[in-house]
Design a binder for this molecule. Structure first.
Ligand code: HEC
Ligand code: HEC
Length: 237
């Protein structure tokens, strides 16, 4: 009897304890720790080299066959979010994300063998990035619930997302901030979650901060808004 009473009290204490605990007190997940140990601003030697190479978009279109099976024709990606849209992304962002994946600091096991050193050379990566940054895959991206976009715009500005990704979601090439305009809704959802938990790996520490406490309902609004921005990828080119 005493044992059961003790067990009940201990269970109650556990429940109350976890209900009262600040979510920030829970031990960080392994991925979160691994991601936090990466020095975001430090460019890998490969990135420094590939940024200086001149890419040839015609050769890049050819070599892109290594990537097409997943990222589809013209870098359109898939609306279900499994593969991101790459067309119209800044060359610098593409180069950083590919070389970070090769260096194992952006965690992307699915793609790693296809982007590895034995699969594509740095010149080929430079060519592919030139091709993709100029490619246009059309406006048929996945967009989520349109009714959420107005609230999403407010949040995007309030949380400081616009400070880096731009008011039109155009990003910033020189600073390696990606275009988020016209990206697939489901991919945006997945990335915000992966950035929050550290599962993506290398993520700007200020962005990790601005996503702290953002719920999945907030993310739906943000993703609906970003997926509907299309200026950079359409009218401005
Ligand atoms: C087996 C499927 C697969 C292949 C082949 C593949 N990728 Fe990927 N790629 C992915 C996945 C999945 C992601 C998104 C990972 C995530 O969720 O973070 C991705 C992400 C990327 C990103 C980052 C996009 C962003 O918005 O951050 C770039 C750039 C990229 N791939 C380029 C390439 C290039 C170039 C090739 C060919 C050399 C290639 N990929 C081949 C699956 C693939
Ligand atoms: C300090 C600048 C900064 C801020 C603030 C910021 N981001 Fe980012 N964001 C980045 C960078 C840089 C990347 C590319 C990954 C990396 O290196 O962190 C990125 C990547 C992303 C991606 C993945 C895009 C892709 O193509 O894979 C999404 C989605 C995103 N950010 C959404 C947001 C949202 C939503 C906010 C606001 C809550 C936000 N970001 C705030 C800099 C920022």
């Amino acid at each position: 009897m005493l044992g059961i009473r003790f067990f009940a009290a201990a269970a109650l204490a556990l429940v109350c304890g976890s209900a009262l605990a600040d979510p920030g007190d829970s031990p960080p997940a392994k991925t979160e720790q691994a991601a936090a140990n990466i020095d975001w601003g430090k460019q890998t030697a490969e990135l420094v080299t590939v940024l200086k190479l001149k890419g040839n978009p015609a050769d890049g279109r050819e070599t892109y066959r290594h990537c097409r099976g997943c990222h589809r024709g013209e870098g359109a990606g898939l609306t279900d979010g499994t593969y991101p849209r790459l067309s119209g992304q800044h060359r610098e962002v593409l180069l950083k994300q590919i070389t970070d994946t090769r260096a194992g600091i952006r965690f992307n096991p699915k793609m790693e063998p296809f982007a590895a050193r034995h699969a594509v050379s740095l010149q080929e990566i430079a060519d592919i990035a030139s091709f993709l940054s100029e490619a246009f895959a059309g406006e048929t991206n996945g967009q989520g619930d349109g009714a959420l976009a107005v609230q999403g715009e407010k949040r995007y500005k309030q949380l400081g997302c616009a400070d880096c990704h731009g008011l039109r979601g155009e990003g910033n090439a020189a600073k390696f901030y990606p275009v988020v305009a016209g990206q697939h809704y489901q991919y945006l959802m997945a990335e915000m979650q992966h950035i929050q938990t550290g599962q993506r790996g290398n993520s700007h520490p200020d962005m990790v901060k601005s996503l702290r406490g953002v719920t999945s309902a907030d993310m739906k609004e943000l993703a609906s808004y970003m997926s509907r921005l299309s200026d950079h990828r359409t009218s401005s080119r």
